[in-house]
Design a protein around this ligand. Structure first.
Ligand SMILES: [Zn+2]
Length: 129
């Protein structure tokens, strides 16, 4: 199971922001984004996905792409979505206090969403999934 990510969209440059009063440029997050773009292209995500799809097809397995929305902000215990649930590597639900490593939790959420697609149900997230 993979997140259905729009890689070219993620790597697009940020829109330029201009201060209406002074005409000068304002911070638009591009310098921060540059680091993200670099790590996306370093990891060659597109190539990695192709490789996974190739190997899966060779072994008769399926690759399922799931909606990536809020995968790192959604609590797997209670389903609460909040950007404040995530603090760097830590995930701590602001609603129920459930906590775990943010990346591992997001990976489990992706697996859960894929299983839901296969099973055709839309149950709430659960720790066991
Ligand atoms: Zn929660």
């Amino acid at each position: 199971a993979l997140e259905d990510l729009n890689i070219s969209g993620m790597m697009r440059r940020c829109r330029v922001k201009v201060d209406e009063k002074t005409g000068g440029f304002l911070k638009n997050g591009q310098s921060r984004k540059k680091g993200l773009n670099r790590s996306i292209s370093d990891a060659s995500w597109g190539e990695l996905i192709l490789n996974i799809e190739y190997l899966a097809a060779k072994q008769g397995k399926v690759v399922i792409k799931v909606n990536p929305k809020y995968s790192s902000q959604e609590c797997r215990n209670c389903g609460h979505k909040d950007k404040y649930n995530r603090d760097g590597e830590k995930f701590i639900c602001t609603e129920c206090g459930y906590h775990e490593h943010a990346d591992i939790g997001a990976a489990k959420t992706i697996r859960f969403r894929a299983l839901n697609l296969v099973r055709g149900d839309s149950a709430k997230p659960g720790i066991s999934a």
